[in-house]
Design a protein around this ligand. Structure first.
Ligand SMILES: NC(=O)c1ccc[n+]([C@@H]2O[C@H](COP(=O)([O-])OP(=O)(O)OC[C@H]3O[C@@H](n4cnc5c(N)ncnc54)[C@H](O)[C@@H]3O)[C@@H](O)[C@H]2O)c1
Length: 249
């Protein structure tokens, strides 16, 4: 349990890894605000379930998310930058608009949010920023160049910010999952034109430990980084991936 009241903001939290993270942090005693651009009803229900706050909005355009959380729960002490836009598309077919959507949401959206939570963290000489990136940001993946580029940018951001903010007591790190069993898997299957079960098998074959990670696995890593043990981690990229070493069979 956290010793004094901490306030967590999790973006993209209506489902998947974000929802599991919000539940986990709430169980650990954080006051939790959940944000998402879609699934408003789910987001509301989750907020109710965990006794938290629902702050719907698009992180690439909405300016008031951090301010709303600060007004309702207090300044954010732990930001989990989890929301992501992802579309598979061969590079040569990539329309500039789709390219920019990846950058605007994944990279610039979180840039804006991080800038807004830092001042209060700096005043308190304490903060945790956890950026959910992706193993594909390390290895790349065919047909996912825009997504992988945005996620690689987030890795560089975590490394740079980690060093820049550490003197103020703010620890910034990234988590790069590989294959996690979330609703996103159905999208991957549709993109690949194969059934969901076959998609699971294709991914499983790449994972030495033999199982896809669960959203709760990633949430546990977030909780670790936000908690006491996270205080020694700065600008690191943690890979709870089951040992994945390559992105394709
Ligand atoms: N599932 C995996 O295998 C996997 C692997 C590596 C990395 N990740 C990363 O983990 C994170 C969560 O993934 P997930 O599998 O739970 O995916 P998901 O699609 O279920 O969750 C992402 C959430 O972000 C929300 N979102 C999208 N654009 C937004 C915006 N502009 N503003 C606010 N919210 C927005 C979506 O509505 C969605 O609810 C993402 O950053 C993803 O890139 C997932």
């Amino acid at each position: 349990m956290v010793s004094k009241q901490q306030v967590a903001l999790v973006t993209g939290a209506a489902r998947g890894i974000g929802a599991a993270t919000a539940r986990r942090l709430a169980r650990e005693g954080y006051a939790v605000a959940v944000n998402d651009v879609a699934f408003e009803e789910q987001l509301q229900e989750l907020a109710q379930e965990i006794g938290g706050l629902s702050v719907p909005g698009d992180i690439s355009t909405a300016d008031g998310i951090a301010a709303t959380v600060a007004a309702e729960l207090g300044p954010v002490t732990a930001l989990v930058a989890n929301a992501a836009f992802m579309e598979m598309q061969p590079f040569l077919e990539q329309e500039p608009g789709r390219w920019w959507r990846h950058i605007d949401v994944n990279l610039s959206g979180h840039f804006r949010l991080i800038q807004r939570v830092i001042p209060a963290m700096r005043d308190a000489s304490f903060g945790r920023i956890v950026i959910i990136t992706s193993g594909w940001g390390v290895t790349g993946y065919p047909g996912a160049s825009a997504y992988a580029a945005s996620k690689a940018g987030l890795i560089a951001l975590a490394k740079g910010l980690g060093r820049e903010l550490a003197p103020f007591g703010i620890c910034t790190n990234a988590i790069a999952p590989a294959y996690v069993d979330t609703e996103q898997l159905a999208v991957d299957a549709a993109d690949a034109g194969i059934p969901l079960a076959a998609m699971r098998e294709r991914y499983r074959a790449l994972i030495p430990i033999g199982e896809l990670a669960s959203p709760a696995d990633i949430a546990a890593t977030v909780a670790f980084l936000c908690g006491e043990g996270g205080g020694a981690f700065v600008g690191q990229v943690l890979q709870p991936s089951g040992g994945v070493a390559r992105s394709r069979a």
